[in-house]
Design a protein. Structure first.
Length: 215
């Protein structure tokens, strides 16, 4: 049915919540603020590192230093694979899908970090270099549809035969904006507080990665 699957990264392919929360809390600690709950930080993820940092400082009630973003990125790079792992069955699902269809990845995470994580978890084999788009690329971040439409065109696909898979409202809105099919991963940490009212007829919701194989 679908000739292209486009995946989000954090909360969809990999559970990175603890490493992201630890990095944010390490930075907050350096600035004299108490740590935030991991689940609280998880709800801040999805709009890119700069927004995550801004939200963390806003929640802590203190102003961020001017170098908050590069400091966060440096901390995160040192610890980005301490606890981050693929969700159960993700490697097997990607291996099965790559035989049937093309795969691409669209994330608001910086591309260098995305590549390091995929490489460290042995998931990079499933995504060609030109089929990965990060939040620091030439297109606006999700939910803007430009990055998704670029990946669709690069794969020689069309929107109607493309499925965008993600765990957050940001991914759903991206799919809607690009007129692709949408699949929401309810197992991901970005699903916490998901606005179910935004689901449209035809949108899919999966509770486990292996359900993708039935699509």
């Amino acid at each position: 049915m679908f000739t292209l699957f486009v995946f989000d990264l954090d909360g969809t392919l990999v559970d990175s919540r603890r490493d992201l929360a630890d990095a944010a809390n390490a930075l907050l600690g350096e600035c004299g603020a108490p740590p935030l709950p991991e689940t609280h930080v998880g709800r801040m993820v999805g709009d890119g590192a700069a927004t995550l940092v801004a939200r963390a400082f806003e929640a802590s009630g203190i102003a961020p230093p001017l170098d908050a973003l590069p400091r966060f990125l440096a901390i995160y790079e040192r610890h980005e694979l301490e606890h981050t792992r693929p969700y159960p069955r993700i490697p097997e699902v990607l291996a099965a899908l790559t035989v049937r269809t093309r795969l691409a990845l669209l994330t608001n995470k910086p591309l260098a970090a995305t590549r390091r994580i995929l490489r460290g978890l042995d998931l990079d084999r499933y995504f060609a270099p030109g089929a990965m788009m990060g939040g620091d690329g030439p297109f606006p971040r999700k939910p803007d549809s430009a990055g998704l439409l670029h990946l669709v065109a690069a794969a020689g696909a069309d929107a109607a035969s493309t499925l965008m898979v993600g765990d957050s409202a940001i991914d759903l809105r991206t799919a809607h904006a690009a007129a692709t099919a949408a699949c929401v991963a309810s197992y991901g940490f970005g699903f916490d507080g998901f606005p179910l009212s935004e689901l449209r007829a035809g949108d899919r919701v999966i509770a486990a990665p292996e359900e993708l194989l039935r699509l």
